[in-house]
Design a protein around this ligand. Structure first.
Ligand SMILES: [Fe+2]
Length: 206
């Protein structure tokens, strides 16, 4: 009789435990808290994911062109492959940040077909591609500034997001722009002094 009673009590406890788990499963908690989480700020951050992936696709096509046998500029192609990987990683970092903040949306690529950001797949010269890359980075920097403005708006500010954008991403963008401007000016100098060999010599330096 005692044995039977024990079985009934155990079964009851298992049932209670399962019921508690079910409640947790249908009523999850969120990392968000109202004092810092601002929908308008987090929404602009979620849109940045697409921009980073579209920049990655654009660098991928630049790398692909300068890897062709007829161009064969492996140093320059290597720079663009690296940039394509970096932009993809930036997109991933934005998603990770959004998840840390408790953002639950997952429609990062819903607004039309995802495509290379400049919608371009051929370049006349290395200089043209590098100049495009610089313009692309400046457009991303402008987007960072816009996000910082949204996330700093009086009364609707999200201090952590504004700080993350300013310290991490503006720094990254400005360094990237300086690097590209330097490359463009070096290439132009090579081209001026060694017209036929300019691109080849420049590529050897990368
Ligand atoms: Fe980026």
């Amino acid at each position: 009789m005692n044995k039977l009673l024990n079985i009934i009590v155990m079964a009851g406890m298992v049932g209670l435990a399962r019921a508690a788990c079910d409640v947790e499963a249908i009523n999850p908690v969120s990392a968000r808290e109202a004092t810092n989480y601002r929908d308008n700020c987090i929404d602009v951050l979620s849109k940045q994911v697409r921009m980073e992936f579209e920049a990655s696709l654009q660098y991928l096509l630049m790398a692909a062109q300068f890897s062709q046998d007829t161009y064969h500029l492996p140093g320059l192609a290597g720079q663009f492959w690296k940039s394509a990987d970096e932009e993809r990683d930036h997109g991933k970092q934005f998603i990770e940040y959004l998840r840390m903040r408790g953002y639950q949306g997952n429609s990062f690529f819903e607004d039309g077909t995802i495509k290379p950001i400049l919608n371009k797949n051929s370049w006349e010269s290395a200089s043209e591609a590098l100049r495009d890359a610089l313009e692309m980075e400046k457009a991303v920097t402008a987007s960072m500034k816009n996000m910082i403005d949204v996330c700093s708006k009086d009364g609707e500010d999200d201090p952590h997001a504004a700080d993350w954008l300013t310290a991490t991403w503006l720094e990254e963008q400005l360094n990237g722009q300086r690097h590209l401007a330097g490359l463009i000016n070096s290439l132009e100098r090579f081209n001026r002094d060694h017209k036929e060999l300019g691109e080849w010599l420049f590529d050897k330096e990368l």
